[in-house]
Design a protein around this ligand. Structure first.
Ligand code: SAM
Length: 279
């Protein structure tokens, strides 16, 4: 009979945030697969967990996944943990969970902390709709391109950021999103120097410059979404018709889409429908 794969969330700073169920499962399983065994040993020791532990990280994922699946098929139960928070959220584990599903192994989540939700809950920015972007690209040009693509996104945006990039990233955000857009910096959540600051991008930039917000530790950056502009089909058509006097239908639709925030195909379709109605 096959064992089970548990995906166990662990604290993102304050060890007191581990759940009773997480401790129970980590004691009970045959093996704990951990991103960094040395790092996780501190947590395991603190809660008197003596279960065998082995490394599972991005460099050995491929090989170890197969071995872990075979162990589970042989009847063992395994818990996956990462250095902090919920495994698979910018952490290893995806291959293992996919392989478990492919092999009809039951995957059991043991929920707990994740920096995304922890930061959002205290951000003072809308939480009803949000998108999680993870880390922005490391190179500045690629970072600008990605932020430009997100410029009209109306849902709240959640980013993870490294301490050595926080200043530059927030500067680029101001360039692209404008200085009035609100942002919350959530630093060192659940830890001794926790800092959660919400303000306009321009003010947050000043606070980073002056180091009122320190450039140390772990960061979640939450940015308010763009204001939704509602524009009627008639208005879209009118703009498109004016542009079409000088441009090809394709270029006019492209530019109309840029101006109105609509999709190019939508504009094109609107123009076609209107032509049909006029014929
Ligand atoms: N699996 C983790 C989770 O569920 O949140 C995320 C792992 S990811 C490799 C690490 C990043 O998460 C950090 O660089 C930081 O952006 C964010 N993070 C993790 N712990 C945090 C904390 N205590 N305060 C603020 N951000 C944190």
């Amino acid at each position: 009979m096959s064992g089970q794969l548990y995906i166990v969330a662990t604290p993102i700073g304050n060890l007191g945030d581990i759940s009773e169920r997480a401790i129970e499962i980590l004691k009970q399983v045959d093996l704990i697969a951990a991103e960094d065994t040395r790092h996780s040993n501190t947590l395991l020791q603190r809660f008197g967990i003596n279960t065998k532990i082995r490394a599972y990280h991005e460099h050995n994922e491929e090989k170890v996944t197969q071995q872990l699946i075979q162990q589970i098929q042989a009847g063992e139960s395994i818990a996956l943990i990462s250095d902090a928070g919920t495994p698979l959220i910018n952490d290893p584990g995806y291959k293992l969970v996919v392989a478990a599903h492919d092999n009809n192994i039951q995957v059991v989540p043991i929920p707990g902390p994740s920096a995304i939700i922890t930061a959002l809950s205290a951000s003072g920015l809308p939480t009803n709709k949000f998108i999680y972007e993870g880390y922005l690209p490391a190179k500045s040009e690629a970072r600008k391109t990605r932020l430009n693509e997100l410029r009209n996104e109306s849902r709240t945006l959640v980013f993870y950021e490294a301490p050595h990039r926080i200043v530059e990233s927030v500067k680029i955000m101001q360039e692209i999103f404008g200085e009035e857009r609100r942002v919350t910096i959530a630093r060192e959540l659940t830890k001794q120097f926790e800092q959660i600051v919400r303000d306009k991008l321009s003010v947050i930039n000043e606070k980073l410059e002056s180091e009122e917000i320190k450039h140390k530790g772990e960061f979640v950056v939450i940015v308010e979404g763009a204001q939704e502009v509602s524009i009627s089909d008639e208005e879209v058509l009118r703009i498109n018709q004016i542009l079409a006097e000088k441009l090809s239908p394709k270029d006019a639709a492209k530019l109309t889409a840029k101006i109105t925030g609509k999709k190019k195909n939508e504009v094109y379709q609107l123009a076609l429908n209107s032509e049909d109605n006029n014929n």
